[in-house]
Write a protein that binds this ligand. Structure first.
Ligand code: OOG
Ligand code: MG
Length: 259
């Protein structure tokens, strides 16, 4: 690795982990270090090791920048993936303290529940065989970088801003999920609105892509894992107190409160 500050990948991983733990943003790593996309995923993996050492458990994966709206909002145009842990999962209807976040934003998503380990690439026609539940969901992202600004490599290293997620009631896998209106509301007013087809043209392609990336990076989706498909709309900053809800046509609504 050529990196102008001579920090090792594990030093960078620890900086990000501490920023999250201390709720204190850091400068973009790419301002002082040069690292490749592959090295960024290694930084992510190493910073997750810090979390696992504190007892957190991997419970799934998420995709990012699967919609044009998100790519444009953040200025990053490649699909990314990150890891979800048990402490990120928030019960629907709960009140969440904003003190655990630096500058959190919420976005409406669809979540898949994985029914069997996926150890190979799969086609869209096979995707349903690996899923046993679909739910409306909200992801709360919280970049560990100042001003929520990052390069592709920065955001990958930062576990793709993963911070928390809320999942609604599970529906059958046969539930149609293409072309559904998805919206995010703050205090009862719609802030963002999109379509489930804004997610890769068809949200089922998230399962196909997560399977591919899981194999490529040796972090395969496992039975019982959550897979967050990526946001259909730009993310919205959270304030406190606020009532946040997402609705996915035909799939239902979920909400949480900030405090
Ligand atoms: C990166 C995470 C992107 C999504 O759904 O597109 C993401 C960010 O926007 O900070 O989770
Ligand atoms: Mg997301």
């Amino acid at each position: 690795m050529q990196n102008t500050s001579n920090s090792s990948l594990s030093d960078l991983a620890i900086l990000l982990d501490q920023a999250a733990q201390n709720v204190n943003p850091i400068d973009q790593l790419s301002l002082t270090s040069t690292f490749t996309e592959t090295e960024a995923y290694e930084i992510q993996r190493l910073s997750m090791e810090e979390r696992y050492a504190r007892g957190e458990k991997l419970v799934g994966l998420k995709l990012g920048f699967t919609s044009y709206a998100k790519m444009e909002q953040m200025g990053v145009h490649d699909m990314i993936w990150g890891r979800l842990t048990d402490t990120m999962l928030i019960s629907k209807g709960d009140s969440i303290s904003m003190s655990r976040f630096i500058h959190a934003r919420a976005e409406p998503e669809i979540c898949f529940r994985i029914s069997q380990d996926i150890n190979r690439e799969i086609t869209i026609d096979e995707a349903r065989d690996f899923v046993d539940g679909i739910a409306p969901a909200i992801e709360i992202i919280d970049s560990r970088y100042q001003n929520f600004k990052f390069s592709l490599e920065d955001v990958i290293a930062d576990n793709c801003s993963s911070s928390a997620f809320v999942v609604g009631d599970w529906l059958d896998v046969t539930t149609p999920i293409v072309d559904l209106v998805m919206s995010l509301s703050m205090n009862g007013e719609i802030s963002e609105k999109g379509s489930s087809s804004d997610i890769l043209g068809n949200p089922w392609l998230s399962v196909v892509n997560a399977a591919r990336l899981g194999v490529k990076y040796n972090e395969p989706l496992k039975k019982g894992h959550y897979l967050m498909a990526g946001a259909a709309t730009p993310a919205v900053f959270l304030q406190s107190p606020m009532e946040v809800s997402a609705n996915v046509e035909n799939l239902g609504s979920i909400h949480f409160r900030t405090a």
